[in-house]
Write a protein that binds this ligand. Structure first.
Ligand SMILES: N[C@@H](CCC(=O)N[C@@H](CS)C(=O)NCC(=O)O)C(=O)O
Length: 207
């Protein structure tokens, strides 16, 4: 019997990738919303869970893990007995890590950051975030014309880590229309048994 608790915000793509993986693994967790708008994540109680003051954070009994990709690695290592989501073979594991770095790099600073501008009014260069996103999407489009999944011949946590902010790129003003292979890959992720979407934001759309 697990006692998983996920601290998240419903519009956080970083948190969504964890919620998605929990669902795909058929693991139930208590979901605790952190009030980012009122700075709950910068209060001592939350900072004691993550010194960087960011969601998501996962608690599994007395184990606390912060950072979405670290949580995906933990859940795969702890609960995926077949080790398909994060292969053990060193070269295969490195392929997954390569794409976790993409998720933490250009996906976060491209489509992720563009959405921060349009939905939450972040003081970032929107043009630069869109440029980063389109550069990345062009590269991934060519790659996905030859590959079904990002890091292996089957889905891995690399696909989940990259999925959410790419799927929600249009919220940041970035069209996915020019990228049919990228859209087909998104649809393959969405067809996985247990898939759950992140809600589409209405925050900022009225502004
Ligand atoms: N590297 C972190 C990034 C997490 C992150 O950026 N979380 C955002 C929400 S999507 C957050 O908590 N922002 C509040 C802040 O940074 O003050 C991860 O992968 O978990």
């Amino acid at each position: 019997m697990t006692t998983l608790k996920l601290y998240r915000h419903p519009l956080s793509g970083h948190a969504h990738r964890v919620e998605l993986f929990l669902s795909l693994l058929n693991l139930s967790a208590e979901i605790i919303d952190v009030d980012l708008m009122n700075g709950e994540h910068k209060q001592p109680a939350f900072l004691s869970k993550n010194m960087f003051g960011q969601v998501p954070v996962l608690e599994d009994g007395d184990i606390t893990i912060a950072d979405s990709n670290a949580i995906l690695v933990y859940l795969a290592s702890q609960y995926d007995v077949e080790h398909t989501w994060l292969p053990i073979d060193p070269a295969a594991a490195a392929q997954v890590q390569r794409f976790l770095s993409v998720a933490a790099g250009p996906v976060a600073s491209g489509p992720g950051a563009a959405r921060l501008v349009t939905l939450f009014g972040a003081a970032l260069d929107h043009g630069k975030t869109k440029e980063t996103a389109n550069q990345l999407f062009k590269t991934l489009e060519a790659y996905l014309s030859q590959h079904e999944w990002l890091a292996a011949s089957h889905p891995t946590i690399a696909d989940l880590a990259n999925y959410t902010y790419i799927a929600h790129a249009p919220e940041g003003g970035i069209s996915l229309q020019p990228y049919p292979y990228l859209r087909a890959w998104l649809q393959r992720v969405e067809a996985l048994p247990g898939f759950i979407p992140m809600q589409v934001s209405e925050v900022g759309l009225a502004a």
